[in-house]
Design a protein around this ligand. Sequence first.
Ligand code: NAP
Length: 305
Amino acid sequence: MAGRKVCIVGVGKIARDQHVPAIDASPDWELAATVSRQGSVEGVPTFRDFDVMLAERDDIEVVSLCLPPQPRFQYARKALKAGRHVMLEKPPGQTLAEVHHLQRLAAEAGVTLFATWHSRMGKGVAGAKAHLAGKEVTGGRITWKEDVRHWHPGQDWVFEPGGMGVFDPGINALSILTEILPKPVHVLRADLDFPNGRQTPIAARIEFSRGVAMELDWLQTGPQTWDIEIETADGSHVVLRSGGNELWIDGERKPVADIEEYPALYARMADLVSEGRSDVDLSPLVHVADAMTLGRRNIVEPFAF
Ligand code: NAP
């Protein structure tokens, strides 16, 4: 049987790095079109205008939005109103209210909305969650340090309002934290470093309830750090490294899942569409919104790509 037809919107870094290979490798999916003002994928029909694609391609059931968060809402709204199932790259919107609105539209149209969190599909995340189930968390540390120039070369949108700055990667850590903790935490305090003249932070330190602390830095060159450590009242110590893909429990490395993050997202989307369900969890975005609301702002060195 042919795969479900999907259209990628926004052929840029993440579409090329992850979405196109994941779709190509899956028998469940067929990349039937792209919509991008400049980008394209060889051998796949390209539309420059989203409205034209929606009008001309009734056969496309699913739209996968790989745009930056700022323009994403308008595209998602149109796709849902046109009766298409929609996959949202993370973060699912610029604001919580945007995504609440999309949830209502999806329910009205009877279609699937999937707010994806690729890091939740990290290979060690399910094992960490299973180990922590029913335990009392007494502390934790998130260390997320990467090089913005490598991961977002020339992408000025990350420093524009709605781009979230260092929370663009930081929300990946929060998507794991909110998945594995048996009970939720909330932001108590935040310190945010804004480069002079930029609209979003380049570094942040956040304190959550239950003794969980988070350090985000977007200027780390050399080895990149994407680690989460959790301690529990019964003396257990859970460590996720490599963005959720490696798991250690009490110092011992544990076996993890086989499937990579993006193939796992598309497998989940296939299931959601088949089952007629949506999956929209906004808890990682709530933490970002709270950190931005409570955060003390420090002005630091200007940043240029
Ligand atoms: P990107 O390459 O800067 O943007 C993707 C594409 O979106 C661009 O190539 C552009 O294509 C289109 N686009 C940009 N601004 C637009 C606008 N205002 N209106 C319409 N189209 C626009 O970004 P990305 O790195 O792929 O990130 C996209 C999303 O994926 C973000 O939410 C990000 O958090 C997430 N993500 C990124 C990474 C990563 O490593 N970069 C990893 C995981 C997730 P055209 O000019 O051809 O229209």
